[in-house]
Design a protein around this ligand. Structure first.
Ligand SMILES: [Mn+2]
Length: 308
């Protein structure tokens, strides 16, 4: 993969509008096929017996340096699945290029894997639907800066692509992965899987993309203006309803990994520096050990996190 990554990175900085648009179309085609294997529009199920390892990557936010670091680092792992937890663009200076490399990775790795898709790109709040805008949102300006008036065309296509993305991964009996948080009123796997179908009459989808865990009990209004703050009692109830032990999510900057709610929640952040203040970033490798039996966030942070 390393030679390919180097080639994609180089190409990312000099690719034409036509190439970019064609790549987005190709990725949309791959994602469209993938929908058949999902539950609802959003849930990808992984049987822990069927894979040897799964890599999980948190927010990238336009940080090409961290992104390339991860891609080169994980080459040796020969991963069965790579789960990205969302928030690919905005904030960082290389959002356009990150998208290019990520979509190249998606289409080329999935081609090799044929039926089983290797790259799972989840939807973050920065890939939300039109009625859930994020502020500030510099991605459209990054495209026009690079491609002039035609940048708007590329951005519109990227927005279409977001509608094809799943928003949660269930590693059966072990882990739930999503971008933001647990919806307060979820009672079943179906509630999560069909969250987008029930949006906006239910707030489940908004909470998946926007919510944050809070220490203590209950649920509260979020200062983000979307989603909610959910307490440990809610986490316990929802995780039990889904039959998993630990929530793996991103969405909040931290020094790579952060254990929340006494080990029920792991926050993962995979980019560093400006405009955030974290100096370290991390990703997870769920190996045989972490797939054989469910680990809590404490154990994952200790044994599965690779921090640099
Ligand atoms: Mn986010």
């Amino acid at each position: 993969m390393q030679a390919e990554v180097n080639g994609w990175v180089k190409k990312a900085f000099e690719t034409s509008v036509e190439d970019f648009l064609a790549l987005i179309e190709e990725a949309k085609g791959v994602l469209d096929e993938e929908k058949e294997g999902r539950e609802g529009s959003g849930l990808v199920r992984i049987s822990p017996q069927a894979v040897r390892n799964v890599i999980v990557v948190g927010d990238i936010h336009g940080d090409m340096e961290s992104f390339v670091h991860i891609l080169k680092d994980i080459e040796a792992v020969n991963a069965d699945r790579i789960v990205f937890l969302g928030d690919y663009g905005d904030r960082g200076s290389e959002s356009v290029e990150v998208y290019y490399v990520l979509l190249k990775l998606k289409v080329s790795e999935d081609k090799k894997k044929k039926k089983e898709k290797k790259i799972i790109m989840l939807r973050g709040n920065h890939e939300g639907p039109p009625d859930m805008p994020v502020m500030p949102h510099d991605l459209p300006f990054s495209f026009t800066k690079k491609y002039g008036v035609r940048g708007k065309e590329v951005y519109e296509k990227i927005k279409e692509l977001w509608e094809y993305l799943p928003y949660c991964v269930l590693v059966e009996g072990r882990y739930l992965m999503l971008h933001g948080g647990l919806p307060v009123n979820v009672a079943s796997v179906e509630d999560i899987a069909f969250a987008y179908e029930s949006h906006p009459s239910s707030s489940n989808f908004e909470e998946i993309l926007w919510s944050d865990p809070v220490e203590g009990k209950g649920d509260f209004y979020s200062l983000r203006g979307a989603g909610r703050m959910f307490g440990e009692d809610i986490t316990e109830r929802v995780l039990r309803a889904l039959g998993v032990k630990t929530l793996i999510r991103s969405h909040e900057p931290c020094e790579g990994v952060e254990v929340r709610q006494r080990g029920k929640v792991l926050t993962l952040f995979s980019r560093k520096r400006s405009p955030y203040f974290n100096t370290r970033a991390a990703y997870l490798v769920l190996d045989e050990n972490a797939l054989k039996e469910a680990k809590d966030a404490e154990e994952l942070a200790r044994s599965a996190a690779r921090i640099w």
